[in-house]
Structures are given as C-alpha cells and as structure tokens.
Design a protein around this ligand. Structure first.
Ligand code: PGA
Length: 250
C-alpha cells in the first residue's frame, strides 16, 4: 500500500489538477493499494475524478461523535461518503493539537463503526529516541489506541510507523531500523492484544521522508507493507515512482 498524506496543501482546484496529472501513470501500475488523502475540501472533487480507477480516498482526521454541537469537526459517517480510509493520530495532530492516545482510541473505534479503515500513526520523538524510550512509547501508542476494540476488528486497522524525527526532515529512518521496530515492538504489541495471527497479518506502513529514491529499500523489508508519504506525494512524478517501487518490490 502507498498512501499520500497531503496535509494542509492544495485547494480543490489544485487537487483536481494534481490527481489528473497522476492518473495516467497510476493506471499502468498494478498490485498496489493506492490511497490519496487530500484535505477535506478536496475530497468531493477528487472522488469524482478517480471514480473509475482503482484508487482509494482517505481523510486526514475526524471526530468520534457522529453529529451534534462540535463546530469545525467532521464525523466518520461524513467521511465514509467519499473515503475508505482515514489517517488517525498523526504526530502533527498529537504535537500541534494536543491529541492524546485516549482521543485517538475513540476516533479509531468510531471510524471502524462506519467501515472506514483507520491508518493509525505512531512514532517516537527525537528526544524519546535519544533517551532510549522509543520502544516503550510506540508500544504504548499502539496499545492505548486499540485496547477499546473488539479483538476481531483489530486486524482491520493499518498501522503507520512514523518516527517524528523522520517526518518532513529528509532524514528517513534506516529501512532496517524501521523493520526492527515493527518486528520487535509493533507486531508483539498487536499479538498481546489480538493474538499472533492478527499480529502477523495486520498491515504496517513506514512513514517519514519516504521519496522516490529510498522507497524501494523500505518495500523490500519483510515487515514493511507499504508507505505513508507526505511531501513526495504532492509531486505526481515522485508519487508515481514510489507506487511503482511498491509494485516491483513485491
Ligand atoms: P513526509 O511526511 O513524507 O513529508 O516526511 C510523512 C507523514 O507525515 O505522513
């Protein structure tokens, strides 16, 4: 899977042009689940454009309540009209908007109740990494985000391991390092919650400065099932190369 997280970029008109530019290239690549996550305001326009293509849409966040006096928020049910996926718990939401593991857990549960697949983001900060706390932090984020769920639905969640220090910095984790965290921390935490079979089958992406040059090295790691791509997903050529790398890396 390759998911493009556009963050706070592109008007609906700009989104339409960017996706039009991507379509010809993406149509020729097979065997990869491609997910575009533009801002909310562009979802409708992009959904029209990709209608007959094998491309999915995702939101970048949502609120856990279904409706009511929550000015500025949108619900899982509103997203589900356009989207199959939703990014939840991104480090930028945790960092700039104070999102807690508990809030992320409520969002994950609400998303699944509307058949939206959560792309749950976890990852340690530089400070936590340097203090040797990465494993503890990541394991706790996974556990606290998923512990409210029925065991049978945990396997529907996609995890994105995104070390905060690697996001938008051009300084990606090493593919081996990311692979090790997924193998030694993320999958064992899932196993503790939902058993070994689910832990092995749950999809885990890597994110943080993935680009056209390094994508393949991540995709050839045994524990990495794809990428969540920020900056490079705003360039049609780079994004297509990354999807291509996923397709040929098997
Ligand atoms: P980046 O962002 O690829 O620009 O580092 C990744 C992300 O935030 O999901």
């Amino acid at each position: 899977m390759v998911a493009g997280n556009w963050k706070l970029n592109k008007t609906a008109t700009e989104a339409y042009s960017l996706v039009s530019e991507m379509l010809t290239g993406l149509r020729t690549i097979h065997g990869v689940d491609v997910v575009l996550c533009p801002p909310f305001t562009a979802l409708y326009a992009v959904s029209k454009l990709i209608k007959d293509n094998d491309i999915s849409l995702g939101g970048q966040d949502m609120y856990w309540e279904e409706k009511g006096p929550f000015t500025g928020e949108i619900s899982a049910r509103m997203l589900a009209e356009f989207c199959q996926y939703v990014i939840l718990g991104h480090s930028e939401r945790r960092q700039h908007f104070g999102e807690t593991n508990e809030q992320v857990a409520r969002k994950v549960k609400a998303a699944l109740s509307q058949n939206l697949i959560p792309i749950l983001c976890v990852g340690e900060t530089l400070e936590e990494n340097e203090a040797g706390r990465a494993a503890g932090v990541v394991s706790r984020q996974v556990h606290e985000a998923l512990h409210l769920l029925d065991i049978q639905v945990i396997g529907n969640v996609i995890i994105a391991y995104e070390p905060v220090w690697a996001i938008g910095t051009g300084r990606a984790a090493t593919p081996e390092g990311a692979n090790m965290t997924i193998r030694n921390v993320i999958r064992p935490t899932i196993a503790g919650l939902a058993g070994e079979t689910t832990a092995q089958k749950i999809r885990v992406l890597y994110g943080g400065s993935v680009d056209a040059g390094n994508a393949r090295d991540f995709f050839t790691q045994p524990e990495i099932d794809g990428a969540l791509v920020g900056g490079a997903s705003l360039n049609a050529g780079f994004f297509i190369s990354i999807v291509e790398a996923a397709s040929t890396a098997g």
